[in-house]
Design a binder for this molecule. Sequence first.
Ligand code: AQP
Length: 336
Amino acid sequence: MGKQRVLSGVQPTGNLHLGNYLGAIRNWVEAQSQYDNFFCVVDLHAITVPHNPATLKSDTYKIAALYLACGIDLEYSTIFVQSHVSAHSELTWLLNCITPLNWLERMIQFKEKAIKQGENVSVGLLDYPVLMAADILLYDADKVPVGEDQKQHLELTRDIAVRINDQFGNPEKPVLKLPEPIIRKEGARVMSLTDGTKKMSKSEPSEMSRLNLLDSPEEIQKKIKRCKTDPLKGLEFDNPQRPECNNLLTLYTLLSDKKKEEVALECQDMGWGQFKPLLTETAITALKPIQTKYQQVMQDKGYLESVLREGRQQAEAIANETLARVKKALGYSLPS
Ligand code: AQP
């Protein structure tokens, strides 16, 4: 039996932050040799909120370069750009027509992002989860490694696949494969540096709320120095009254590759004045190799373009087959 297939992606909507890295990309890298992986830069998702056309292309390349810089290995993984494979848009339309509107209106991410946008909410924002379902289902993905915030969208993807299979397939020959999420406990929900009850996010206006993978040592130092803490001495995990404390200790644990119990012991008598420089040094050291590799990749645009060209060909071959299967099941005539 061949390897199971993995599909995941990140939007090119700004700088990648530690939430994207620890919740998603680092887990892709660690498990990649076990799977047949497709990692996509989801640029069609990026325009579901107001975007800047002048930077979309460079942001897309930046994310692809960061995938390589974080350790995605082309021996195990394919990297491609979502908009380069038109089957994503086409399958979205087909899935749209069988997805009940009220399934989408229930999505937490839609509600949260819609509130921020007031009158300007696009149909695309509501439809984001259907596009995500198309991304996953096109590749017959077995596993989808994501952060906790995407769990509801994964459930919706499964519901859409079941609905297509029930209506247009037969039990022996389902049209679409049902994917499973992989959500690691550690790093599944990295919280904001300015509010430990909110997730770290690219779309949060304040830069001080997140540590980006490409932040300079000075920026890292400044952000950690000013991040929200509490007046208590002695640091501890899992105290619901101390969300910032739990988040910063979790970041330290993940970035230092130490065990939670080890960190709990190490930091139990520390004050913030001692802990913050430690976290700063740890973050700078952990991000340095990624930043160095990123600069190397960005210096060779031709190489990056060839990676994406090859990625597109590999992705397209699989995606077009699935699209044809769905169209056939829905009763379409296929061009001869
Ligand atoms: N704070 C987080 N903690 C853990 N995982 C996270 N992810 C995002 N934020 C955190 C995971 O990163 C992957 C890529 O996310 P995305 O770029 O597609 O969009 P998102 O989930 O909407 O992430 P952002 O950064 O918060 O963007 P905005 O601000 O636009 O919403 C996903 O696997 C996600 O789970």
